[in-house]
Design a protein around this ligand. Structure first.
Ligand code: SPV
Ligand code: MG
Length: 573
């Protein structure tokens, strides 16, 4: 919410309106007719809003003759009340019917946080006072008093205000009638009297104020006698001045000028600098608050979720099928491996996906992704590819091998982790004797299959450079599946560690485990999320053959009925 909040902002809106009416200061209300103008009134520093019948009907494009229904008016007020925490005094015309309609109106206004209503002593449906005002029939005074009483009796908030508007001067009934009615309305319970005049000088208003002699708060609408110095109203003991229609008129002339200019010149170039910037509209809509709320309420990193997919390799052992495409474009159950991965990311609202291509990057389908190319892919390893992309993504980021298939909960649980760094480790794969397999993971504790809910951290991941004998000497706790989630400030820290590694002469040969190990050495805690199967990597022809079965089981039912080939719970290799 904005600066320049009134000092009494803690009090309820109705209490603030009442305080304005009864205070000895001259107070001001500005017209608003929708949420945007209500916000603008508040930012200008006004303490209250006049919900003008003229302006609200005009923004609907209808006449000020009760052509918009009262519920349409109340719906508009709801937007205004949401957009501005100022008290709103609704111009309730005649109360939209008899005493009973006023009762219901008051209850509905209270429910929507409206601070008060002004009703005028004319007949429903009314016409704007400045259109042939003297021809407009006035309400019967006693009947109007009944409306005021009914309204006061039905309010549940003692501070809700009912302002009674006297039209006798407009209708040409004279000063005595105006005073007689005002007194009757005061006695019926009105919290203030609005005395209206269509003269271009304030004379009759000032005479009324003199005769009224402070019996209760007086409200005026100096639309016609606008040239009167405001000090005159102050000296006359007026309570509140309503600037009744100036924002609808200001926006109308601005819209007319801009529409005319664009139509005539058939270009935007003449108007761009003289109209509100699109960002100013976003600001008035509180767009920033939405982004903050997204961070707070959408599961971790979802809205801003980004991914970097390492897809530069041709694939060892897959040469026979990767002549014309990189490994990630191999078709698995009818769609490329990369598409499975991208669809899985999008399902978790990880939408900003950067794929680092290398070998036959030209064959990568770029729909829904950004492609960056590691031109030196033939001489470099995974970290060189990662370095091509990591500064292109903002926000929380999943770094992923490109050749993965997995059940959706694996990624969901990973992106929901609060940790700066988290990885998925498959505890069903501990066969370190198989020296061709890399990415074995040693952790702070073995997988307890959820029994104790312990937080487990990563200790070490075997890198391609490590000797098989070193790996075999201590049984690993599982295998890192190739997914690393980096959250919040973890991103900056990962970049710092990556930069350090880049300074090493052997950087070109480093793989992802080298980065994980460097993070651990730098003191970072990398949270481990254990899984037991439910994923596949595609590292050789045998994997490729089996991946189809796994993928089929991940596809929607309609696509796979009669097509499933057994278990989907197999692990990689
Ligand atoms: C309004 O703003 O709708 C009013 C004030 O009722 S006036 O138009 O001056 O009658
Ligand atoms: Mg009106």
């Amino acid at each position: 919410m904005n600066a320049r909040e009134p000092a009494f902002v803690c009090a309820s809106r109705s209490a603030r309106l009442r305080q304005m009416l009864v205070s000895n200061e001259l107070e001001f209300m500005m017209e608003a007719h929708n949420g945007l103008s209500a916000r603008i009134v508040r930012e200008a520093g006004f303490k209250a809003i006049w919900g003008s019948g003229l302006a609200i009907s005009a923004q609907f494009g209808v006449r000020d003759n009760n052509e918009a229904s009262w519920t349409q008016v109340v719906d508009t007020l709801e937007f205004m009340a949401d957009a501005s925490d100022l008290p709103i005094l609704l111009d309730g015309d005649t109360g939209y019917g008899n005493f009973n309609n006023v009762r219901r109106l008051v209850r509905k206004l209270e429910q929507r946080g409206i601070a008060g209503v002004c009703i005028e002593d004319k007949q429903f449906p009314k016409t704007n006072s400045f259109i042939n005002g003297e021809a407009q029939p006035l309400a019967d005074m006693d009947e109007f008093c009944g409306k005021i009483k009914a309204g006061k009796d039905s309010q549940s908030d003692e501070n809700f205000s009912i302002v009674a508007r006297v039209e006798a001067l407009i209708a040409g009934w004279g000063m005595d009638e105006a005073l007689r009615r005002a007194e009757a309305y005061r006695q019926a319970g009105a919290d203030a009297i609005l005395i209206h005049s269509k003269l271009s000088r304030p004379d009759e208003i000032l005479e009324f104020a003199r005769e009224w002699a402070g019996r209760g708060p007086l409200v005026i609408v100096p639309t016609k006698y606008y040239s009167t110095p405001t000090e005159v109203f102050r000296e006359a003991g007026i309570s509140t001045v309503i600037w009744a229609n100036h924002l609808i008129r200001a926006s109308t002339s601005a819209m007319q000028a801009v529409a005319k200019e664009i139509h005539a010149s058939e270009t935007l170039v003449n108007v761009e600098d003289s109209i509100a910037a699109v960002n100013e509209i976003f600001r008035l809509q509180d767009a920033d608050e939405y982004s903050e709320a997204e961070d707070r309420y959408l599961s971790s990193g979802r809205a801003a979720g980004a991914a970097v997919v390492l897809a530069a390799s041709r694939g060892k052992g897959l040469e026979a099928v990767t002549e014309d495409r990189p490994k990630v474009m191999l078709p698995i159950a009818g769609k490329p491996l990369l598409r499975w991965l991208v669809d899985a990311f999008k399902k978790q609202s990880v939408n900003d996906i950067t794929v680092v291509g290398g070998y036959r990057a030209d064959a990568i389908d770029t729909a829904g992704i950004k492609l960056v190319v590691n031109e030196r892919h033939a001489q470099t390893g995974e970290l060189a590819s990662l370095a091509c992309a990591v500064d292109r993504v903002a926000g929380d980021t999943v770094i992923s091998y490109g050749d993965l298939l997995f059940r959706s909960y694996i990624l969901r649980d990973l992106v929901e982790s609060e940790a700066a760094f988290s990885v998925v480790v498959d505890s069903s794969l501990t066969d370190a004797e198989n020296a061709s397999v890399r990415d074995f993971a040693w952790c702070s504790a073995a997988d307890d299959r959820g029994l104790f809910g312990n937080k487990v951290t990563l200790r070490h991941v075997s890198s391609g450079q490590e000797a098989a004998s070193a790996i075999a000497s201590q049984t690993p706790h599982g295998r890192w599946v190739g997914l690393l989630n980096v959250r919040g400030e973890g991103r900056g820290r990962l970049q710092a560690v990556l930069s350090k590694l880049q300074a090493r002469p052997d950087f070109d040969s480093l793989d992802m485990p080298a980065l994980l190990n460097a993070l651990i050495e730098a003191g970072e805690a990398i949270e481990v999320q254990y899984v037991h199967g439910h994923w596949r990597g595609v590292n050789d022809l045998e994997d490729f053959r089996r991946a189809g079965d796994f993928a089929h089981a991940q596809a929607p039912f309609a696509a796979t009925v009669g097509n499933q080939t057994g278990t989907a719970s197999g692990a990689a290799q």
